[in-house]
Design a protein around this ligand. Structure first.
Ligand code: URA
Length: 433
């Protein structure tokens, strides 16, 4: 077999066999197939797509390219969730503790932020001492003792995705449905949970800009997971507007804690409760209605907050953070961005808001960039709200004053103000599976 023939076949719209896909992934991870051939193949996939079968085989080949976690030492049902990424998306920090406080184990491997999207690991590390680099043994122990642990993906988990994602990132081949589906699902399958809930985002801050694209991706991933014997479901949720009122690591942790106390913003709380209920449902904790009630009670009783504190302590962080907000880093400078006209916020470029937070220091432009945990944005107005000229739209935070001007300009250009209110968009569009 030759990689050249597979590139040629895909370029002409042919479907690769299982053996050919195994050969490509094995050869790439083993160093026999160079980056330039893999990049050419990824671009051919971008234009020609893949069949369902090919996507399933690619996912399995990638999942098996490294260590497959064995969670059998963790008792009970193990549930995982994955978001396709967005702005202000701190759902894991709420859903994980809610679900774990009800007895379903959450052994979660999360990622870091890049570009306009944030990452759960960065957010958690804004809690002083919180460690996200754990050995497999520590990870299993904490899940067994606390019910939840959130750690970073090790180098040995799905090396094929680590290599291919880095290649796609610099060859404009990230936004290909079969490549996204296989990238996400290979990591989920290798992470070993029994039940997997996908949160597929759609809108201006998401990879999938339209609901139809998001549904197609969700259906593809749900099918792959079911083929691999997992309990699967996906929710299509809104990312046309940042989720909640905060963007930036420490600010988002504080908002997640507030939400665990029942004091979170309405949109974020609704999305978290529905995701948590779906995870509980997949883990066979009752009917959807019962699971919704369980999720609400986990918050109103304080059990989910207590689980968050216990997870924080087990992972080296200060559990008092749930009651003492001064433990989180605070930015040295802040600035209000104000409305330039009277009217309504008729739209927001969520990706632009994420980029504004990155410019303030909350995110990385390149993988090796350092982030500022205290930097970010508190949104005072979102789509649908009425505004008066001079009223604050948002407050920007950073510890590097020189970053304020660029952040403010980017954020202001992300707001669209018009004379009439825009029709309301739902927070949750559909459930697949
Ligand atoms: N998230 C992933 O893990 N992989 C992709 O390809 C896109 C988003």
């Amino acid at each position: 077999m030759r990689a050249y023939d597979m590139i040629e076949k895909k370029k002409r719209g042919g479907a690769l066999t299982r053996e050919e896909i195994d050969f490509l992934i094995h050869g790439y991870v083993g160093g026999e197939i160079p980056d330039y051939q893999m990049a050419a193949w990824a671009m051919a996939v971008y234009f020609q797509g893949m069949t369902e079968e090919e996507t399933g085989w690619l996912t399995m080949a990638m999942a098996r390219s490294g260590e497959m976690l064995d969670l059998s030492s963790i008792s009970g049902c193990k549930a995982d969730k994955h978001s396709t990424g967005g702005v202000g998306d701190k759902t894991t920090l709420v859903i994980g503790p809610v679900v774990a406080s009800l007895g379903v184990k959450v052994a979660k491997m999360s990622g870091r932020g890049l570009g306009h999207t944030g990452g759960t690991l960065d957010k958690l590390e804004s809690i002083p001492g919180f460690c996200t680099a754990l050995s497999d043994e520590e990870f299993y122990r904490i899940v067994n003792e606390v019910g939840i642990c959130i750690t970073g993906q090790t180098k040995s988990l799905v090396p094929a995705d680590q290599m291919l994602y880095a290649l796609r990132d610099v060859t404009a081949t990230v936004d290909s449905m079969p490549l996204i589906a296989s990238s996400i699902m290979s990591k989920k399958l290798a992470s070993g949970s029994d039940a997997i809930l996908l949160d597929v985002k759609t809108g201006s801050g998401a990879f999938m800009k339209t609901e139809a694209e998001a549904k197609a991706l969700a259906e593809c991933m749900v099918k792959i997971g079911k083929m691999a014997g997992k309990k699967m479901a996906a929710l299509i949720t809104d990312m046309d507007v940042p989720l909640g009122n905060t963007i930036g690591n420490a600010l988002e942790v504080q908002e997640a804690i507030d939400t665990l106390k029942g004091q979170g913003p309405e949109d974020f709380t609704q999305v978290c409760l529905e995701l948590a209920a779906n995870m509980l449902f997949l883990a066979e904790q009752g009917t959807m209605e019962q699971c919704r009630r369980l999720a609400e009670e986990a918050i109103s009783s304080g059990r989910a907050l207590e689980t968050f504190a216990r997870m924080t302590e087990a992972q080296g962080g200060n559990p008092d953070v749930v009651h003492d907000s001064s433990i989180l880093p605070k930015a040295a400078v802040s600035m209000e961005v104000t409305a330039e006209a009277d009217g309504y916020v008729i739209g927001m470029d969520a990706q632009g808001c994420g980029t504004a937070a990155m410019l303030l220091g909350a995110g990385r432009e390149k993988k090796e960039d350092q982030i500022q945990m205290d930097a970010g944005i508190l949104l005072r107005k979102k789509t649908g709200d009425a505004v008066k000229k001079g009223e604050p739209l948002a407050v920007l935070y950073t510890s590097q004053e020189g970053r304020l001007a660029d952040g403010a300009a980017k954020l202001l250009s992300s707001y669209r103000i018009g004379p009439d209110p825009a029709p309301a968009r739902p927070h949750i569009f559909a459930r697949i599976g």
